[in-house]
Design a binder for this molecule. Structure first.
Ligand SMILES: *[C@@H]1O[C@H](CO)[C@@H](O)[C@H](O)[C@H]1NC(C)=O
Ligand SMILES: *[C@@H]1O[C@H](CO)[C@@H](O)[C@H](O)[C@H]1NC(C)=O
Ligand SMILES: *[C@@H]1O[C@H](CO)[C@@H](O)[C@H](O)[C@H]1NC(C)=O
Ligand SMILES: *[C@@H]1O[C@H](CO)[C@@H](O)[C@H](O)[C@H]1NC(C)=O
Ligand SMILES: *[C@@H]1O[C@H](CO)[C@@H](O)[C@H](O)[C@H]1NC(C)=O
Ligand SMILES: *[C@@H]1O[C@H](CO)[C@@H](O)[C@H](O)[C@H]1NC(C)=O
Ligand SMILES: *[C@@H]1O[C@H](CO)[C@@H](O)[C@H](O)[C@H]1NC(C)=O
Ligand SMILES: *[C@@H]1O[C@H](CO)[C@@H](O)[C@H](O)[C@H]1NC(C)=O
Ligand SMILES: *[C@@H]1O[C@H](CO)[C@@H](O)[C@H](O)[C@H]1NC(C)=O
Length: 766
């Protein structure tokens, strides 16, 4: 064994770390723990820039409860790893390339080395700290492709274990647990490197590989590789430059005489070499934790948080604004330059989790505050189609899946198209990708959870859709898929029309009305008749209680939403819906019932479910029938009831930031109708708000006349200085070139929106 060389870095006065705050530091209002409990599944660890590939944080195990982002408020630390998702469900993904600090020498690195907490974890934008029951303190900072670990051990001769086989486990027993396939590991004179190959998780992904390369700032007194199976060691020795590789567990144990040790690690999907380059380029040996934290803070301030500003000094409101802005921009991950599967000049993003969650209001806000990333994301999904054949509805570890309903990337593309997003997007290709979704049945991926058809990508139930114009119970989730396929076909109509594809436009407009084929005018509930229900090949309807969706999951007729909710989900064809339900008053009554407690056991006892996306638009539908006041009443109630800045401050699973985006729109006072240029009007929270739209454009939103918890009903509105009597604006009105919305707010509801109703572009009358 030769003398190891670990470049020793002299760091000045590192502890205690001080984090100065300036007045314009919006990051100070971000609580990274918001949404980490109560099922929110948010990732509180370090994400050094919006959409950064590295998400460095703790992996906590309770032994029973899935830790979707790695974090749980209770349980034991099993490691601190480089990759995570944020705010997802299904089953945990990633938690790979971990380090676990252990006090003293390690006899068996394959044994359970987990340890509890000595104190609650601490964290803010760019920084994370965990105090372990073992007496070790771990502090973390990162860049986009590398991470910095700083350990403080209670005594010398303590160890850091790198276990390549470490992943986030799943205890759900649904067959969606991640697997470790194989790996490699080696210790060299000045660094260690290796790779891990993993599979499965919620999207049933095949093997994928991540490479890593790291170093310590301190000479270890001993550095050993290990291999073994289960908890049985096969080898545990100190040979250098010798690779271990195979499907057994493996990694390294580094023991240090010092009590303060730092490690820098880079990861890459491309090669060991690129992993080493990533850490070399992004975290040089003399980079301090403070420098990385400052850099992360300024990136978040510049690229995201500073896009929405207000002169308000109400810290509760500021915390809600900036915490949710932060929370909606952790995933997808920008993996441009890190795509192992094909060579391309197009940007590459992964960790779309999922468009089913995001298309309703999130992608439309990304467009506004992150137009550059948004265009890159659109180009990236079109490139996935180019090289793999289908747009993703969800994607992680470089693999499409799962599709819960329709091919909802279509809606996202249409939204960008109708709002004039062009840039470097090849719209002929974009449209071809949408046509593929609409016309070609994807090969069945034989998922045991839903064996009827593909849930990897595309539209599995397309054969019925093309044959009958509706979806029979041959297919799971038939009714909710049919409603979503209608919305998807409307998206094709929008783009076909714009590209001058007249025949296609007319065909897809007709198909966008097929949700009507599931409408049984005789299905009754709560004094109302007419709901979307299952329908047989013979044409007859299946009896269905509109207040029940059975298991509401993969094998049921409605996915995660009641017939009541899906009956109100064809937002391109609202005029028809209003006719079907019996006119404006009946429509208002239906909406009222959806917010009346006690009708169901879910979602706080209302049909409207703040915690799931099929309900997102519901409060704003009042705008279609002249009752904007009620839209304000309902949406305010939801925002104030289900959101706060505490750890369980979002209504349920964040769904990759979808929940966060919902309240952001509520604070702005608008709500988008994806695939259309329409924004429905709510009521803004601040007396002034400026949204930086990029390239010198601004949207100013002001409100006078109170805007307190008592005075938020719209009394009157001016758009770009002109009196406004419509409960909606268009993209061109306020976003294309910027503009202003001047609200007068007051305590009492006023029927101010007497002008034309919002467009219903899928209806015959339009
Ligand atoms: C670590 O162990 C070595 C030899 O086992 C011993 O000489 C040294 O004093 C120990 N250092 C500390 C800080 O405990
Ligand atoms: C791991 O398995 C994959 C196949 O899934 C193979 O391509 C790769 O070479 C293996 N890696 C190692 C280090 O053995
Ligand atoms: C560990 O540190 C102690 C105290 O600083 C020193 O006496 C000892 O030589 C060191 N051991 C090794 C192996 O470096
Ligand atoms: C801050 O705003 C909230 C409403 O979001 C309100 O309840 C609270 O009273 C305000 N605080 C102050 C100090 O004005
Ligand atoms: C995405 O990553 C690439 C490569 O690092 C970078 O050039 C690009 O600017 C990133 N996009 C955004 C929106 O930051
Ligand atoms: C609804 O019920 C009426 C009266 O029973 C019946 O005539 C009609 O055919 C039914 N409609 C459908 C679509 O089942
Ligand atoms: C329904 O409400 C809309 C929006 O206020 C209005 O334009 C329309 O005339 C109303 N329809 C009827 C039949 O009153
Ligand atoms: C909504 O309106 C009802 C009366 O219909 C009222 O009791 C309630 O306080 C209002 N809620 C809000 C948040 O304005
Ligand atoms: C928005 O307000 C700022 C000042 O607060 C002003 O400079 C800008 O011209 C306004 N923009 C619009 C579009 O009204």
């Amino acid at each position: 064994m030769g003398r190891l060389y670990w470049p020793l870095i002299i760091l000045g006065n590192l502890f205690p770390v001080k984090f100065a705050r300036a007045d314009t530091d919006y990051a100070q209002y971000v609580n990274v723990f918001t949404g980490t409990t109560g099922g929110g599944n948010m990732f509180p660890g370090v994400v050094a820039a919006p959409f950064a590939m590295v998400k460095l944080g703790p992996d906590v195990s309770s032994g029973t409860k899935d830790a979707y982002s790695g974090y749980l408020a209770d349980g034991s630390f099993t490691g601190f790893s480089m990759m995570h998702e944020s705010g997802t469900g299904g089953a945990p993904k990633y938690g790979v390339i971990s380090q676990m600090p252990v006090v003293g020498n390690v006899d068996n690195p394959l044994a359970d080395l987990s340890t509890g907490r000595a104190a609650a974890d601490e964290g803010f934008v760019g920084y994370y700290k965990a105090s372990l029951a073992s007496g070790v303190t771990v502090e973390l900072a990162a860049t986009e492709h590398a991470g910095l670990y700083e350990y403080s051990f209670p005594e010398g001769n303590s160890s850091i274990v790198i276990d390549v086989s470490h992943v986030l486990p799943s205890y759900r027993g649904s067959g969606w647990s991640q697997g470790y396939s194989n790996g490699s590991f080696a210790i060299f004179e000045d660094h260690f490197q290796g790779s891990g190959t993993y599979n499965n998780g919620w999207n049933l992904a095949p093997d994928w590989t991540i490479y890593f390369c790291g170093t310590f700032d301190t000479d270890p007194v001993s550095a050993k590789t290990f291999t073994g199976t289960g908890t049985t060691l096969d080898s545990y020795d100190s040979e250098f430059g010798v690779w271990t590789s195979g499907s057994y567990r493996q990694g390294g144990v580094f023991t240090f005489n010092e009590t303060s040790v730092k490690s820098r690690v880079g990861i890459s999907f491309i090669s060991y070499r690129k992993a080493c380059q990533n850490v070399h380029n992004e975290i040089s040996g003399d980079t301090s934790l403070q420098t990385l934290v400052d850099s992360a803070t300024s990136k978040w301030n510049r690229e995201i948080l500073g896009k929405i500003t207000t002169s308000s000094t109400n810290t509760t409101d500021l915390e809600l604004l900036y915490t949710n802005l932060y929370g909606m921009n952790l995933i997808p991950s920008n993996r441009t330059g890190e795509n192992p599967d094909w060579d391309s000049d197009e940007p590459y993003y992964d960790d779309i989790f999922t468009f089913w969650d995001l298309f309703r209001c999130s992608t439309a806000l990304t467009h506004i505050i992150q137009p550059v990333a948004y265009e890159e994301q659109i180009r990236s999904i079109i490139d996935v189609w180019r090289h793999e054949g289908y747009l993703p509805d969800a994607r992680s570890s470089n693999f499409n899946g799962r599709t819960q309903g329709g091919s909802n990337a279509d809606n996202v593309l249409a939204d960008a198209y109708v709002k004039g997003v062009r840039g470097s997007i090849d719209w002929q290709d974009g449209y071809s990708a949408m046509v593929k979704d609409a016309e070609e049945v994807p090969e069945n991926n034989d998922d045991p959870t839903s064996p009827d058809s593909s849930d990897k990508e595309g539209r599995g139930a397309l054969p019925d859709w093309l044959k009958y114009g509706y979806i029979t119970p041959t297919y799971n989730r038939a009714v909710s898929r049919a409603v979503e396929y209608s919305v998807n076909d409307f998206a094709l109509y929008q783009v076909a029309k714009g590209l001058g594809e007249k025949a296609d436009a007319s065909k897809y407009l007709k198909r966008s009305r097929n949700w009507r084929n599931h409408w049984n005018p005789n299905a009754t509930s709560q004094g109302h008749s007419g709901f979307v229900v299952p329908r047989l090949a013979s044409g007859s309807f299946v009896e269905q209680d509109p207040l029940s969706c059975g298991g509401c999951y993969w094998g049921d007729a409605y996915y995660q939403g009641l017939p009541w909710e899906y009956s109100m989900n064809a937002h391109h064809d609202v005029d028809t819906l209003i006719k079907y339900v019996g006119g404006n008053d009946s429509f208002v009554d239906r909406l009222d019932l959806m917010f009346q407690p006690g009708l169901v056991n879910t979602g706080g006892g209302t049909i409207f479910n703040a915690a799931n996306e099929p309900s997102f638009t519901t409060p704003y539908l009042y705008n279609f029938v002249g009752r904007q006041d009620l839209a304000v009443n309902r949406s305010r109630t939801v925002a104030k009831t289900y959101y706060n800045t505490g750890p369980s401050g979002i209504p349920g699973n964040s769904d990759a930031g979808a929940m966060q985006t919902w309240i952001l729109w509520n604070m702005i006072g608008l709500y988008p109708l994806t695939g259309q240029t329409t924004f429905l009007i709510g009521s803004p929270w601040f007396s002034d708000m400026e949204i930086d739209l990029g390239t010198g454009r601004t949207l100013n939103i002001t409100s006078s006349g109170g805007n307190s918890d008592d005075a938020y009903y719209v009394q009157s509105l001016k758009v770009n200085g002109k009196r406004w009597d419509k409960a909606w604006v268009t993209w061109d009105d306020v976003f294309a070139d910027g503009g202003s919305l001047e609200f007068e707010l007051g305590e009492d509801p006023v029927l101010w929106a007497t002008g034309p109703a919002p467009p219903s572009p899928g209806s015959e009358s339009q």
